[in-house]
Ligand binder design. Sequence first.
Ligand code: 13P
Ligand code: SF4
Length: 373
Amino acid sequence: MLQLQAPLPQRYVDASPDELAGWIASAKAALGPKVFVLGHHYQRDEVMAWADARGDSYRLSVLAKERADADYIVFCGVHFMAESADILTSDRQQVILPDLNAGCSMADMADLDEVEEAWEALARTTDIERVVPITYMNSSAALKAFVGRHGGAVCTSTNARAVLEWALSLGDRADDGAGGRQVLFFPDQHLGRNTGHQLGFDEGTMRVWDPRREQGGLSDAECKEATFLLWKGHCSVHQRFRPEHIAAFRAEHPDGIVVVHPECAHEVCAQADQVGSTDYIIRAVEAAPAGAVLGVGTEIHLVNRLDAETPDKTVLSLDPLVCPCSTMFRIRAMHLAWVLENLVEGRVVNRITVDPDTAAWARVALDRMLEIT
Ligand code: 13P
Ligand code: SF4
């Protein structure tokens, strides 16, 4: 859950970029292998410069787990990522989020009360034993635990297809042969819809569950018949990309390659040359021939970094007016300096913890994902 960040001491606010860089370097040197700094691909460059490892949300959590010698994991990303790292790391390791206000607006679009209400409503209209809950990694630990308790799994944008195939295949094993199972997918309707289409399902098999409306805004028949019940959530960064952006890019760069994240709307993904997760986008840029022009639909810091780091290719944002992810953007060098200098003094600030019961059930859902993929 989002917590409020206390104001930083004025010394950090007033410091110049060079001063902050000096303080961070000294603190990291003093802490040595006790601290491991992780940077999500959407972080600002002034933060990414200090990351011991870069990655997407899941990879960073796994890296944190593998660095068992690090007492402190400083997670430069958003709240749900730090929670996942706490779930996967040992009890001895402490996970720190440099700014407590760095949440994810999409993850906040589904909370446990709303999902439990949806589950109860579905149980009144459909055979709830046949519904498999799947949560995107971008969700609170409480929702991952809900999914673990109810026989479902977590997915990431990399493995959503395999996880949904698994969920639907459970229906084939039903004793009464009564057909496939239903999936309740949250919180991102777009990832759910895009993956459903990838699996060959059409729009008619999908219904949007609106948590603000009675019974999700659906009739009894719609609840019963839909294969995919897609939570009405979205990423405000990726939802901004429109088919018109692709048309304008193609008009200017007829040989250009369009690569978008599956959090974009289906009409955008349908027109892209390639669709994939943050890591996939990075590999697509690497794989493109020298001289290629790529139009990318994802967060602007990653797009700009890819452009800077692959000088033989041109990497452009599909949306010329794209905004950064405002929550990822919250973490600045001053926050990093503040948490690291506190660690040097023996104080842990901004620790993120998940209670043991929630963590145990969330781990069940994460482990299921790992078994499937
Ligand atoms: P990744 O899982 O690719 O890191 O994406 C996280 C995210 O927030 C995308 O918007
Ligand atoms: Fe959340 Fe979207 Fe930001 Fe990713 S880009 S952290 S989904 S708000």
